[in-house]
Design a binder for this molecule. Structure first.
Ligand SMILES: Cc1cc2nc3c(=O)[nH]c(=O)nc-3n(C[C@H](O)[C@H](O)[C@H](O)COP(=O)(O)OP(=O)(O)OC[C@H]3O[C@@H](n4cnc5c(N)ncnc54)[C@H](O)[C@@H]3O)c2cc1C
Length: 504
C-alpha cells in the first residue's frame, strides 16, 4: 500500500499523452507511473515526422479536417475530428510553453509535407527528431513541476474497481505488489506494436492499458484497425527502424528490385494513404520482389541535413541514403483502436480517462493520417486534465486484502499467432483460427490480440487499414464498433463455434 500518494490522480505512462496530462493537471497532485525511465520506452521519443498543425499561411483547419476524413476512409467521427483539430493552436502553444523547440525559418515555423496532407503542415524539430525533442522538453517540465511525483520503473498490472467505478491501481515495483488507492486514473500506455514480430514501436508496449481497461469493464472501440507503416528498414525483427513518410514528402520514390516504380499509377503515387502504400509494398514482397526507397535523386547529399537521425540509423546498417536505395518493408506502427473515449478522454468506466494511442476517440477512423497522433495526445491530454479537474473525487475505498500480482503476459506465444493471422491482409478462416488459439490463453497480451481478431472477424468489409481477402468491398453504411470484454468473449466463442458447425 502506498499511503503517502493515495488520493492523487494516477497517470500511467510517460509518452506525450501522460506527460501533457500530468503537466496540465498542475497544481493538482499527480502520481505519474511509468514502467521504464521517465519518457523512455515510448513511441513518442521515436517520432520522426512531426506534429500536424494547419497553421501555415494558406492552410486551414477545414483542409486538415478534409484530409483526416479522407484518410480515415469513411469511419472517422466527423464532429470528433473537428473538435480535436480545432484544438491545434492551443496544443502547439502549450508545447512551446513547456519548452519544445520546433524548427523555424525566417518567417516563423517551418512546415514539412507528409502523405495525404494537402498542405505543408507538419511541424518538426531537429529535422527528424521531433518526438525526442517533445519528450525532452516535457520530461524536463515534469521534473521541475512540484505537483507531480514520478514513480519510474513501476508497472501497472491491474485497475481496481468498486461498485463499477475506479478505486485504485495495482502496480509492480521492485518485484513487489503495491496498491495505490485513487478514484481518478488516466491510462496513457501507448500502442500495441509489441504484439507483432516486427514493429516500429517499443516492443515493451503491447496494449497493457487496453487489456487492463477492458478487464475493469471499459468499452473498447475499433480494435481491428492496426496501421502498418509502409517503409520500415527491411533489416532484422522486433523493433525496426522507421524511414519517415516525410522522406517521401521530400520526393523519394519507391522502386522494386526490377527498378519498377510500382506506385507511379496510383492516385497520390508514393504519397497515397498509408494503408494503400503498405498493401502495395506487401503485394510486391508476396510476389517475391524486394522494395527500396530511393532518395538519391530527390535529396542526395541533402538527406543527412534534412533527416540527420534517419541518416544515422541507416549508417548503423551500413547504408548511405545519398548513394544507396534503402531496403524497406511494412511494419506495425500505430493502433487506431483502443479504449473508447470522448474528446475529453472520458471512458465508459467512471473514474477512468484514456489519452493518446491507447485510446480510440474516432479521430483516425479506419486509418490515421500521418502526424495526427502526437497532436491528438496533446489536445486530448489538455482536455482530459480539464475534465478531471472538473470531476469531484470520491472517498477512497478500503484497501483490498491479500492482493497478488497477476502473472506476466505471454507476449512471445501471442506474437506468433498475431503475426500469422492479424497482418496487412486477413480472411475469415485465419481470423477464426487466431480466435480459437487465443481464447484459452487469457493473459493481457492474449486479451488485446483476441479483441483485434474478434473486431476484425465481425467487420465483413475492407476499409482503411483493415483488408479482408474474403470481403474486398466496402459496406454502404459503415459504423464504428464498441464492445466490452464480455461481448468480445461471447462473440469470439460464437464465431469460432460457427466454424466448427460449418466444417462438421
Ligand atoms: C517510430 C515511430 C515514429 C512515429 N512518428 C510519428 C510522427 O512523426 N508524428 C505523429 O503524430 N506520430 C508518430 N508516431 C506515433 C506516435 O509517436 C504515437 O502514437 C504517440 O507518441 C503515442 O503517445 P502515447 O503517449 O500515447 O504513448 P507512448 O509514447 O508510446 O508512451 C506510452 C508510455 O506508457 C508506458 N507504459 C506502457 N504500459 C505501462 C504499464 N503497464 N505501466 C506503466 N507504464 C506503462 C510506456 O513505458 C511509455 O512511457 C510514431 C510512432 C513510432 C513508433
Amino acid at each position: 500500500m502506498n499511503g503517502a500518494l493515495a488520493g492523487r490522480v494516477a497517470v500511467i505512462g510517460s509518452g506525450i499523452a501522460g506527460l501533457v496530462t500530468a503537466l496540465e493537471l498542475a497544481p493538482r497532485p499527480v502520481v505519474l507511473i511509468t514502467q521504464a525511465g521517465l519518457g523512455e520506452a515510448s513511441s513518442t521519443a521515436l517520432a520522426q515526422g512531426g506534429i500536424a498543425a494547419a497553421l501555415a499561411e494558406g492552410d486551414s483547419v477545414e483542409s486538415h479536417i478534409a484530409d483526416t476524413l479522407a484518410a480515415g476512409d469513411g469511419l472517422c467521427d466527423a464532429p470528433v475530428v473537428e473538435r480535436i483539430l480545432r484544438g491545434t493552436p492551443d496544443a502547439i502553444a502549450m508545447l512551446v510553453r513547456h519548452g519544445v523547440r520546433f524548427d523555424r525559418g525566417a518567417s516563423g515555423f517551418s512546415f514539412g509535407l507528409e502523405a495525404a496532407h494537402a498542405h505543408h503542415r507538419i511541424l518538426h524539430a531537429a529535422g527528424d527528431g521531433t518526438g525526442a525533442e517533445i519528450s525532452r522538453a516535457l520530461v524536463a517540465a515534469v521534473l521541475t513541476c512540484p505537483s507531480i511525483t514520478v514513480l519510474a520503473g513501476a508497472q501497472v498490472r491491474r485497475l481496481l474497481t468498486r461498485d463499477g467505478q475506479i478505486s485504485g491501481v495495482l502496480l509492480a515495483r521492485d518485484g513487489r505488489a503495491e496498491v495505490l488507492l485513487t478514484s481518478q486514473v488516466v491510462m496513457a500506455t501507448g500502442g500495441i506494436g509489441g504484439l507483432y514480430d516486427t514493429t516500429t514501436s517499443p516492443v515493451s508496449n503491447f496494449g497493457q492499458g487496453v487489456a487492463m481497461a477492458a478487464r475493469a469493464g471499459a468499452a473498447l472501440a475499433d480494435m481491428e484497425f492496426v496501421q502498418f507503416h509502409p517503409t520500415a528498414l527491411a533489416l532484422g525483427q522486433g523493433r525496426v527502424t522507421l524511414i519517415s513518410e516525410a522522406v517521401r514528402g521530400e520526393g523519394a520514390i519507391l522502386l522494386n528490385d526490377r527498378g519498377e516504380r510500382f506506385m507511379a499509377d496510383q492516385p497520390g503515387a508514393e504519397l497515397a494513404p498509408r494503408d494503400v502504400v503498405a498493401r502495395a509494398i506487401h503485394q510486391q514482397i508476396a510476389d517475391g520482389r524486394r522494395v527500396f526507397l530511393d532518395a538519391r535523386q530527390a535529396l542526395g547529399d541533402r538527406f543527412a541535413v534534412r533527416f540527420p537521425g534517419i541518416a544515422r540509423l541507416c549508417a548503423a546498417a551500413a547504408l548511405d541514403p545519398a548513394r544507396d536505395a534503402i531496403p524497406v518493408r511494412p511494419a506495425v506502427h500505430y493502433h487506431m483502436g483502443g479504449i473508447w473515449t470522448d474528446t475529453k478522454g472520458r471512458t465508459t468506466l467512471p473514474g477512468l480517462w484514456a489519452v493518446g494511442e491507447c485510446a480510440s476517440t474516432g479521430l483516425h477512423g479506419a486509418n490515421r493520417l500521418a502526424s495526427n497522433s502526437l497532436l491528438e495526445g496533446a489536445v486530448v491530454g489538455m482536455r482530459a486534465a480539464e475534465s478531471i479537474a472538473a470531476t469531484r473525487t470520491r472517498p477512497l475505498a478500503p484497501a483490498p486484502k491479500g492482493i497478488e500480482l497477476p502473472e506476466a503476459a505471454h507476449t512471445q506465444a501471442v506474437r506468433g499467432i498475431v503475426s500469422r493471422h492479424l497482418g496487412i491482409v486477413r480472411d475469415g478462416a485465419s481470423l477464426r483460427q487466431a480466435m480459437s488459439e487465443l481464447l484459452p490463453m487469457g493473459d493481457d497480451a492474449a486479451i488485446v490480440a483476441l479483441s483485434i481478431a474478434t473486431f476484425a472477424a465481425l467487420r465483413d468489409e475492407s476499409r482503411g487499414a483493415h483488408s479482408r481477402l474474403d470481403f474486398p468491398a466496402q459496406v454502404a453504411r459503415p459504423s464504428r464498433r464498441r464492445m466490452v470484454l464480455d461481448d468480445i468473449l461471447r462473440s469470439a466463442r460464437l464465431l469460432t463455434q460457427t466454424r466448427l458447425v460449418r466444417s462438421a
